[in-house]
Design a protein around this ligand. Structure first.
Ligand SMILES: O=C(O)CCC(=O)C(=O)O
Ligand SMILES: [Fe+2]
Length: 312
């Protein structure tokens, strides 16, 4: 039976889970019509903690998931290139142990990087299949001044047509889950975008590192130099103290600020089935410290995400 909870959700609590990232929000039943105050509290917790987790949301179906997400902003389509059978829902299913097991920020190959990703655990394996998030704001803030000076004026080219083998131990295609869609689907339209390596967050004003596995190279550096610098900076992002690891239960919802985090799904659940579904809230085009916005080089992401209402 589907019970519509209409009680006022006053008992909402935010429990910090890690020193640099992560909080659990209790006392809220996600869905439509949460009310301005509840939505504002959730948004504030997200901006502060970068990823927030909700347990016990088994009642949520795609419709309720979408209705919840719409209260946080306008939605993107499911994905710029991959069709998983729904206009809005990006479904990731696996039973061969595949996962997005490489550190990334979602969809950075387009200019309009999504603002918020909201992921719901639908089928959860008995063991393994955790997801990790890293805080890209604290990663920037903890850089020594010498490295800050280096990255403050640096730009990077991001693409969906990168060398997947470089980022995984066995060449498994990242973001290609099981047999659902192939690498050729994923790169059916090639996107390339130049982003500042340091972006200024549109809501908090915080500076964060924009890196992750879609980075192809740094502007002005060759491949070898790019790889060395990428690894150096990326290691700062993924330092364990800068991360949080979530062990999923069915009905959990994880929501992350995609402008301030990277994430990594651990491919250690053998052949157990795993299914998670994502709804994505549109984001604006990143702005660097000097006020310059990211530049699309190849591909038009207009149909993925409409930024006309977001860009000032
Ligand atoms: O499977 C997961 O836990 C995360 C997958 C992922 O990278 C995403 O939903 O953006
Ligand atoms: Fe992702």
């Amino acid at each position: 039976m589907n019970i519509r909870i209409t009680r006022p959700q006053t008992a909402l609590t935010v429990q910090k889970l890690g020193g640099r990232i992560g909080a659990r929000i209790d006392g809220v039943t996600l869905g439509a019509d949460l009310g301005d105050e509840t939505v504002a509290t959730i948004r504030a917790a997200l901006l502060e903690h970068k990823v927030v987790f909700f347990r016990g949301q088994e009642h949520l179906d795609d419709k309720g998931h979408i209705a919840f997400a719409e209260q946080l902003g306008s939605l993107t389509t499911a994905h710029p290139t991959v069709n998983t059978g729904s206009a809005r829902v990006f479904t990731l299913t696996a039973d061969k142990g595949m996962a997005a097991n490489s550190w990334h920020t979602d969809v950075t190959f387009v200019d309009r990087i999504p603002a918020i990703s909201i992921l719901r655990g639908v089928v959860i394996p008995e063991y393994g299949g955790t997801t990790n998030w890293a805080n890209t704001v604290t990663a920037y803030e903890s850089l020594p001044t010498s490295l800050r000076a280096l990255v403050d004026n640096l730009w990077a080219v991001h693409t969906n047509d990168y060398d997947y083998g470089e980022h995984t131990e066995n060449g498994v295609v990242v973001d290609q889950q099981d047999k659902q869609f192939s690498r050729s689907d994923f790169v059916s339209t090639t996107f390339e975008t130049e982003h500042p390596v340091v972006r200024v967050h549109p809501e908090t004003g915080e500076r964060s590192l924009v890196l992750g596995h879609f980075v192809k190279k740094f502007v002005g550096l060759n491949q070898k130099e790019s790889a060395i610098l990428f690894n150096l900076l990326q290691d700062r992002v993924t330092k364990l103290e800068n991360t949080i690891r979530w062990t999923w239960q069915k009905g959990d919802v994880a929501m992350w600020d995609n402008r301030a985090t990277q994430h990594y799904a651990v491919a250690d659940f053998d052949t157990q089935p795993r299914e998670v579904r994502r709804i994505t809230v549109a984001g604006d085009i990143p702005v660097g410290i000097d006020g310059r916005r990211s530049i699309p080089i190849t591909g038009d992401a207009g149909s993925f995400s409409d930024v006309s209402a977001l860009v000032s």
